[in-house]
Design a protein around this ligand. Structure first.
Ligand SMILES: C[S@@+](CC[C@H](N)C(=O)[O-])C[C@H]1O[C@@H](n2cnc3c(N)ncnc32)[C@H](O)[C@@H]1O
Length: 213
């Protein structure tokens, strides 16, 4: 099954699969930044993009799943956001092309089963940051136990997908003449699984800034 169909199938399992809340590290890190244009890659059901738009960012959400994009657009509409503030596109980031660059590019938990070129996806994200702009990558330093159980049942071992601040920086291949590392650390957050299970999980949080020209 291709990635588009796999993610559509995943989203079609329930009316909503994520919490609907902004990721805590996004809220914490972005609160200090001056709003401008933003691109959220792997925007899912739109919670981060909507939160950004509500704080003055002009946001494009991008996701490979048509179902997710429809949900995100509906959620933005329900939140009273015009398409000028938040709009969503269906695309595979690894081959997405645009003339635009963004003051902020976010990629939160951009993990995927199967043949996913995560390095390629993050290189696209990096290359879409405008001079003076930021790239925020938040990823699983450890996966939720319920996700591990689910993926093992599906025959996918994704322990190797777990990240560290060092592995994320290595994957990004930043030119030190062009980029400053603002933040590269582990943070914990409380998570709730599909059956109400609770877990404290560690995330890798990396914020880098492209120098102004
Ligand atoms: C684990 S979810 C995270 C969703 C959201 N960022 C959040 O934190 O709730 C990963 C998302 O990435 C999307 N995705 C996976 N591969 C992608 C690709 N190649 N291009 C664009 N989106 C992709 C999936 O459809 C899914 O919505």
């Amino acid at each position: 099954m291709n990635a588009e169909d796999m993610w559509d199938e995943r989203y079609n399992e329930a009316d909503q699969i994520w919490s609907g809340n902004v990721n805590a590290a996004v809220a914490d890190v972005v609160s200090d930044l001056e709003p401008g244009t933003a691109l959220d890659i792997g925007s899912g059901e739109g919670a981060d993009a909507i939160w950004l738009a509500q704080r003055g960012w002009q946001v494009t959400g991008l996701d490979i799943s048509r179902v997710a994009v429809q949900r995100a657009a509906q959620a933005a509409d329900a939140a009273g956001l015009s398409a000028g503030r938040a709009h969503f596109v269906v695309a595979d980031v690894t081959n997405w092309q645009t003339e635009d660059t963004y003051q902020l590019v976010t990629a939160t938990f951009l993990h995927s089963q199967g043949a996913f070129d995560r390095a390629g996806a993050l290189h696209v994200a990096r290359d879409l940051v405008a001079p003076g702009g930021y790239l925020l990558v938040i990823s699983h330093a450890e996966f939720p136990p319920w996700a591990i159980a689910r993926h093992q049942a599906e025959g996918h071992d994704h322990e190797h997908d777990a990240t560290t601040p060092a592995s994320e920086l290595e994957l990004l291949q930043l030119d030190s003449d062009q980029w400053n590392v603002e933040l590269a650390e582990l943070r914990s957050h409380e998570a709730t699984g599909p059956e109400g299970e609770q877990a404290t999980l560690r995330d890798t949080v990396v914020l880098v800034r492209r120098r102004s020209e």
